[in-house]
Unconditional design. Structure first.
Length: 494
């Protein structure tokens, strides 16, 4: 018998991006009933789906390897308490099903005996009673016959214990809680823009209301919820995890840059190293109790400690990392004498441990809610906001495909080519093309020609970042080729 699962769960079971399944729904290859897809349909489309190949067993087997130790166990499995609660709940469901089955079985046997008796009373020659008896016996034999189990059904049961499925109201967004993640951490890992502040249970900004399912507290909190709030089911998302396999919570999510509050905080330099002769990687880390909330693709103003009176080095730089790791912020700083921050970083004046003040975030170069294939185009360090957007898109897992075109105006300009290779090797729906041209505008024209060859028969959303000449030229080429302005998102640097 077919089992019904959400698209989100289906993608987990067959190991493909959600966007790919959604595309098949739009193409009519997958039929939904109440938003659910049958495991029978999934197995027809993905006959290779096997528990052994899903990665589930692999993950469990790895846990036995002591070399991975406690850290791996914590990443993959929930705490013992949560695991026990999920297993207990699943056992309750199983016991319930068994009880019902036993009652149905007893009912069918009683009916069969009654039919026999009536048939005997009728002298053994009542054809309708005989036909009913045969129908019942055949049906019983079929129900008791051993059939091969639905492998996706089994995998779904395993997944329910290892990771919980959380549904957000009113947006309907869904995400998985794995390992010992809090609801907040898991939601951010899934690319969702949940409301939060401190991340450690003291500000109350991550308050959510549980409307279905159970949660378990995993962190001591200082923020006092009122008795009325507790009675209504409010909990702090940063301090709780999902204790049941399915959980529904009500919460607000940021819809865009206007919903992200302005912040000021002091981070410290974790690392500073050269990615290429003219490009530095600046890795900042915020204090545990003070994180930077931002959207992928946004920028922040960096302020270096003054060397003396009137010395004020600050500059706006795009964040190159994903908002899902809000403590570790990466920046690709190009050599630029007109940028006071870059000049001091290249002069070697800043070292690990130094304080850097952050103001922001700012910028509207963020992912739009869109189910089209995504095309990213970057020139030089325009790769920074593009990398942040790609990581965010990968977390969201909703784009049917992702393409990256990266132009370098210097021979060493592809300072993260390895990262592109790693994405393309690890992810089916990711492709990239690197190009080099000393002139950004000419490089953009050539890039548009390459896109035309690869993508113009596809309806895509385009994200372009880099120097003005590059962004302007590429956007003009794409507009001239018929891409609507609503599908063009641009970020030009000085
Ligand atoms: S984020 Fe501050 S209490 Fe949860």
């Amino acid at each position: 018998m077919s089992h019904w699962v959400t698209i989100w769960r289906a993608a987990q079971l067959v190991g493909v991006p959600r966007g790919m399944l959604q595309q098949r729904v739009r193409a009519g290859e997958i039929e939904l009933a109440d938003g659910l897809v049958s495991t029978e349909t999934l197995l027809r489309l993905y006959p290779q789906a096997r528990l052994e190949e899903s990665g589930l067993l692999e993950r469990v087997v790895q846990i036995r390897d002591e070399a991975f130790g406690r850290r791996l166990r914590e990443r993959v499995l929930p705490s013992q308490e949560v695991l026990a609660r999920r297993l207990f709940r699943q056992s309750q469901e199983l016991a319930d099903v068994q009880r019902h089955l036993q009652r149905y079985h007893a009912l069918v046997i009683a009916l069969r005996d009654e039919l026999r008796r009536l048939h005997a009373e009728a002298g053994g020659d009542e054809p309708r009673l005989l036909a009913l008896q045969h129908q019942l016996n055949d049906g019983l034999a079929r129900a008791l016959a051993t059939e091969s189990v639905d492998v996706l059904d089994v995998m779904d049961d395993v997944l329910k214990v290892m990771s919980a499925q959380v549904t957000l109201k009113p947006s309907g967004h869904q995400f998985a809680v794995e390992g010992r993640d809090s609801l907040l951490q898991a939601g951010m890992r899934a690319g969702l823009q949940l409301n939060y502040g401190c991340g450690n249970g003291s500000c109350g900004m991550c308050k959510v209301r549980v409307t279905d399912g159970e949660v378990a507290r995993i962190l001591h909190t200082d923020y006092p919820l009122s008795e009325a709030e507790k009675a209504q089911g409010y909990v702090l998302a940063c301090a709780h995890t999902a204790a049941s396999a399915e959980l529904t919570i009500e919460t607000l999510e940021a819809a865009g840059p206007d919903d992200i509050p302005p912040q000021q905080l002091v981070a410290s330099v974790r690392a500073l190293r050269a990615l290429a002769p003219d490009t530095l990687l600046l890795h900042l880390q915020t204090p545990r109790s003070h994180r930077l909330r931002f959207l992928a693709g946004q920028s922040i103003t960096l302020g270096l400690p003054p060397r003396g009176e009137g010395d004020d080095a600050h500059a706006l730089h795009p964040i190159a990392s994903c908002p899902c790791d809000d403590r570790n912020l990466h920046f690709f700083i190009p050599r630029d004498d007109g940028d006071a921050v870059a000049a001091r970083l290249f002069a070697g004046e800043i070292k690990a441990g130094d304080a850097v003040t952050l103001w922001g975030p700012s910028g509207r170069f963020v992912l739009a809610e869109d189910t089209r294939p995504l095309v990213f185009a970057a020139c030089d360090t325009g790769f920074a906001p593009v990398k942040s957007l790609i990581e965010h898109a990968l977390s969201l897992d909703s784009a049917p495909s992702i393409s990256l075109f990266w132009l370098a105006t210097r021979p060493d300009g592809h300072f993260m080519a390895n990262q592109c290779r790693a994405w393309s090797e690890a992810l089916d729906p990711f492709e990239y093309a690197l190009s080099t041209h000393a002139d950004a505008a000419t490089g953009a024209t050539q890039m548009a020609a390459a896109m035309r060859a690869d993508l113009f028969d596809i309806d895509c959303a385009y994200y372009i970042a880099g120097p003005h000449a590059f962004v302007r030229t590429l956007a003009q080429e794409l507009s001239a080729a018929g891409v609507p302005a609503s599908q063009l998102h641009t970020e030009a640097s000085a």
